[in-house]
Design a protein around this ligand. Structure first.
Ligand SMILES: C[S@@+](CC[C@H](N)C(=O)[O-])C[C@H]1O[C@@H](n2cnc3c(N)ncnc32)[C@H](O)[C@@H]1O
Length: 227
């Protein structure tokens, strides 16, 4: 009886999570908690420059949402987003084009299958050995932004190979730039964080995604103290 009850509530919770993320998606909100959205908006609007440059590993609704936000504030910007799924890139590109943001936001595709489709991966062991970047496209996905010759003011890490991206981000971060790690509650992302001079975790509330509820954190790091 106890097991049936537990299963029943488990299913209910999964359905609620799916429903919540569907509503988020229909409202065009990023796959982030409201606190995370607020923090990123605050970071974006805190840069007092003629033009701000943003890099994002792992685009989606966030790309469109924050680009529209910057435009609504009249802030000039250049947004580069790195993607590994062609199908997802096409979805995001279409939304950007529909909103006349194709010239402000550039999507760069380096196609490879995500880790969860690789043989040997399972939920119980989210960080197995031998899952580092091996193919050319996997390596280019990480290193391509360095070849653009741009120093980025804001770098958002929210997709594949997060540890490698966090290491790479240091090379292309403007001196006063800020790095944001999404899903920072996951300990296996933490090893590169100490190499940043400043960094702080923020509790960012519950995220409902793919039928799962997670208690999220976001990490903000920089080379300079922003106070
Ligand atoms: C966690 S998502 C990034 C979400 C984005 N930053 C946002 O807040 O909307 C990271 C990656 O998941 C993959 N992804 C997310 N939704 C997908 C979908 N519906 N189909 C295929 N790939 C998807 C994409 O490859 C993307 O780079």
């Amino acid at each position: 009886m106890k097991n049936i009850k537990k299963r029943f509530f488990g299913y209910c919770r999964a359905i609620c999570c799916y429903f919540y993320s569907l509503v988020q998606s229909l409202r065009g909100l990023p796959a982030m908690t409201p606190i995370e959205v607020k923090i990123i908006k605050d970071v974006l609007s805190s840069f007092k420059k003629e033009k701000i440059r943003i890099l994002e590993w792992g685009g989606g609704r966030s790309t469109l949402y924050f680009a529209k936000y910057l435009r609504s504030l009249g802030i000039d910007f250049e947004w580069c987003s790195i993607e590994n799924s062609k199908q997802w890139r096409d979805v995001v590109q279409e939304k950007l084009d529909k909103n006349n943001l194709g010239d402000k936001v550039k999507l760069f595709l380096f196609e490879f299958i995500p880790f969860w489709m690789k043989p040997g991966w399972d939920f119980g062991n989210p960080n197995p050995k031998g899952f580092g970047p091996q193919e050319k496209n996997e390596k280019d996905y990480i290193s391509y932004p360095s070849s653009l010759g741009i120093k980025f003011d804001i770098i958002i890490v929210d997709a594949r190979f997060r540890r490698r991206c966090l290491i790479e981000a240091q090379k292309i971060l403007a001196p006063e730039g800020i790095v944001i790690l999404h899903d920072a509650q996951k300990e296996h992302y933490h090893s590169p964080l100490n190499s940043y001079k400043f960094g702080k975790f923020f509790d960012s509330g519950y995220l409902y995604s793919h039928g799962v509820r997670s208690r999220n954190k976001i990490w903000i790091g920089s080379k300079e103290d922003h106070k």
